[in-house]
Design a protein around this ligand. Structure first.
Ligand code: ADP
Ligand SMILES: CCCC(=O)OP(=O)(O)O
Length: 358
């Protein structure tokens, strides 16, 4: 069956959920968020091990909605840990799928987005895209220097949502994204804090390795103690990596990645929960201050976004520390599915050319 209007399936695999939506042009027809508990994902030793499990959930959700796949014009997935790329829409190709399967740049749930889109789109003979992948890299040369000649800083972030909310806030100011300077903090399962200078993310704490801790990640750690831990014989390489990335942050203190559960503990008088939540807000505020310095204090807005931006406690704690810098906008949650669909639509309509991943 053919459909005269463009219909886009957007797939966003995140650390704790798989989100899908169908858009007919700009209109949302259907959206479903499948949450994955730590227990659900425990049996999989790698992100790619989760492929069939997550794909079946996507297909079941589409079936429940009686979606006829042959009415789709294109499929767009969240781009994963690819090579460093400029922002924009990319056509998925075999090279991209191979790089993601080999987890060349590391493991993250978003690595599944392009592969799901590619496999489904091939069956339907329609194009597959990704938009603003987590490896968008617009850092200035000075931001790449780590302080150790063996290592260089890299850009891994929630680029898709941060650019989408930055565009939204700029529009509300009657400006273009390319005309303003923002510090955007995405507070999700991972945390990214980024200075956006006239439409480019010129620095970022690598959300897999630096900056504030997050619900499941440790962020920057005292390097000397970490080196000792690595050589203590206590953990294998794989165990330690998991400890830093999937079992770090709030999880390492409380065995949960859910901020609401930690808030409930704090409300019951748990002292550790109180101080760790305070520390989360404190570290985010500190990173916002650092990124304001990157912009030499010329900050038009600070934007707080992501799931944790629903937390009044954390948002208020951050605001009290950074309100001296610039006015603050809170855009809680994320606009990733919509941004994916719009990115695909721009290419299908010929408003933008899809970039080639090579
Ligand atoms: N109403 C809320 N109050 C506090 N924290 C919340 C709320 N809703 C979601 N969160 C937290 O947001 C985090 C997930 O954010 P989200 O942006 O959905 O993550 P992801 O990066 O996985 O897409 C979780 O730690 C969750 O507990
Ligand atoms: C790799 C950056 C993106 C990220 O951390 O996403 P989640 O918060 O969904 O894990």
């Amino acid at each position: 069956m053919s459909c005269s209007k463009n219909r886009i399936l957007a797939i966003n695999p995140g650390a704790t959920s798989t989100k899908i939506a169908i858009y007919e042009e700009e209109t949302l027809l259907f959206k479903k968020i499948v949450e994955h508990s730590v227990k659900d994902l425990k049996e999989f030793s790698s992100i790619f091990g989760q492929y069939e499990y997550r794909l079946n959930l996507v297909l079941e959700a589409l079936k429940e909605e009686s979606t006829e796949l042959n009415t789709l014009t294109a499929i767009v997935g969240r781009g994963g840990l690819l090579k460093p790329l400029l922002g924009g829409t990319y056509g998925v190709n075999e090279k991209m799928v191979d790089d993601l399967k080999r987890a060349e740049q590391g493991e993250h749930a978003s690595n599944l987005g392009a592969v799901m889109a590619w496999n489904l789109a091939n069956q339907l003979n329609i194009p597959a895209f990704i938009v603003d992948p987590v490896s968008v890299d617009e850092m200035e040369p000075v931001a790449r220097i780590s302080g150790l000649s063996d290592l260089r800083r890299i850009s891994l972030s929630h680029a898709l949502n941060m650019k989408a909310v930055a565009r939204k806030v700029a529009k509300e100011m009657d400006k273009k994204y390319e005309e303003v300077n923002f510090v955007v903090a995405h507070l999700g399962t991972g945390v990214s804090v980024t200075p956006h200078k006239k439409g480019k993310m010129i620095d970022v704490n690598n959300a897999m390795a630096e900056g504030p801790f997050s619900p499941d990640r440790c962020g920057g750690l005292p390097a000397d103690q970490l080196v000792k831990l690595c050589f203590s014989g206590k953990y294998t390489y794989e165990e330690l990596k998991e400890k830093l990335i999937r079992k770090g942050g709030l999880y390492s203190y409380f065995g949960t990645m859910d901020v609401r559960e930690v808030e409930a503990l704090a409300e019951k008088g748990n002292e550790e929960a109180n101080i760790v939540l305070d520390a989360l807000a404190y570290q985010v505020a500190k990173e916002i201050g650092a990124m304001a310095a990157v912009l030499m204090g010329e900050v038009d807005r600070i934007i707080l976004t992501g799931g944790i931006a629903y937390s009044q406690r954390i948002v208020n704690d951050i605001i009290k520390r950074v309100k001296f810098i610039a006015p603050i906008e809170v855009v809680a949650g994320e606009k990733e599915l919509q941004s994916l669909a719009l990115g695909a639509l721009r290419v299908i309509r010929g408003e933008e050319e899809a970039s080639l991943y090579s």
